[in-house]
Design a protein around this ligand. Sequence first.
Ligand code: SF4
Length: 73
Amino acid sequence: MLKVTINQEECISCGACWSDCPEFFEESEEGTSQIVEQYRVDGDPTRGEAPDNLEDCVRTAAEGCAVEAIQIE
Ligand code: SF4
């Protein structure tokens, strides 16, 4: 399991993360990235936990974010 945090203040709404990993990331109403409801922690769209089967695509999305707005641990 991977812990994921999105810094929406850094996000430039490029769409790369939800293109790379649409099972985990989606576009918010503001146009920034957020975590899909299913994987949020405490309902927070900026904090989530990725199950094992989504770890690879979440890592790819985090590495592909040009402004490093996606933190994983
Ligand atoms: S890849 Fe980064 S900048 Fe682009 S939408 Fe996702 S979080 Fe925002």
